[in-house]
Design a protein around this ligand. Structure first.
Ligand code: MBD
Ligand code: FE
Length: 284
């Protein structure tokens, strides 16, 4: 059933949670500043901005609108959302070049490490009355040469059938629709979950204001998020989408790739849908 409380996830609530989540990750992973590199990148970024200002004769009113919007993005906690929606896809494109295994795509702002460990055949944590179409997501993790990878780990997280993520919308159990699945000796996994809905960027925050001001739409197609890894292999962060689904061809985050679109079949017993997707990992 649709929970009235989860319907009221505000930009400020999901933004604050995403900012806090990012800060705890960033303390461990941030790059060391290299003076030369900072000089090059920031100078080119500023030069591109100067060029846009001159070409379009940007006014003081527009400059002030930008200033006020930037201040508000921080107050809303929407920097993780803004950056992951509009910039991350280019970073991922650069990072993923030269890989032979399964395609990756952006991580987005709603990954939380440390979800409950689950066996190779499992049901993700759900509410007792979890709404939506049951989805069986199964497959095998192998090396690029086809060797099954025992001990592979399939971390999965996704929105519910109202488009809400646990820990980023109020009223959802902590680990709802999140799990760390340990594949079997052949790298196989079988995950019972529920079909997610498309995700709408909060409309009441700064990102929402930008979208309205620019006349864009606020939607991402329905997707499963995954991080798949195995000893001595490269972790792949990816997402999987659904053939024919709304927004698959117009993702606001530009993160859909043709290799990442699933086409589930009706389950044999009539209970929802079922799909197989195999992951191929590059050697580390
Ligand atoms: C999402 O669910 C997401 O995956 C991304 C990339 C950005 C915003 C919300
Ligand atoms: Fe997402």
């Amino acid at each position: 059933m649709t929970d009235i409380i989860t319907q009221q996830a505000t930009a400020a609530e999901s933004g604050a949670a995403a900012t806090e989540r990012f800060r705890s990750k960033q303390r461990r992973e941030s790059a060391e500043a290299d003076t030369q590199r900072v000089d090059t990148l920031v100078t080119e970024l500023l030069t591109a901005a100067h060029d846009i200002i001159r070409r379009h004769k940007v006014t003081y009113a527009e400059y002030d609108a930008l200033k006020s919007w930037l201040i508000q993005v921080g107050e809303d906690g929407e920097w993780p959302l803004f950056l992951d929606v509009w910039l991350e896809h280019a970073v991922e494109e650069v990072a993923g070049k030269g890989r032979d295994g399964s395609k990756g795509t952006i991580e987005g702002p709603y990954y939380v490490p440390g979800s409950p460990q689950l066996p190779a055949e499992t049901t993700l944590p759900t509410r007792e009355d979890e709404a939506g179409t049951p989805l069986l997501f199964q497959g095998q993790v192998t090396d690029v040469d086809g060797t099954p990878l025992p001990g592979a780990i399939v971390e999965i997280w996704h929105a519910d059938s109202d488009g809400f993520y646990s820990q980023f919308a109020p009223g959802l159990p902590e680990w709802n629709l999140r799990g760390t699945v340990i594949a079997d000796e052949q790298g196989n996994f079988k995950i019972h979950t529920f079909q997610p809905a498309p995700y709408q960027i909060p409309t009441d925050g700064s990102c929402g204001r930008l979208i309205t001001a620019a006349g864009w739409h606020a939607w991402r197609p329905a997707h499963l998020h995954l991080k798949v890894s195995a000893p001595a292999h490269q972790l792949v962060t990816t997402q999987l989408y659904f053939e024919g689904g709304q927004y698959v061809t117009e993702d606001i985050a530009s993160a859909v790739k043709p290799e990442l679109v699933l086409d589930p079949a009706p389950a044999a017993d009539g209970s929802g849908r079922k799909v197989t997707y195999n992951f191929v990992l590059d050697k580390a």
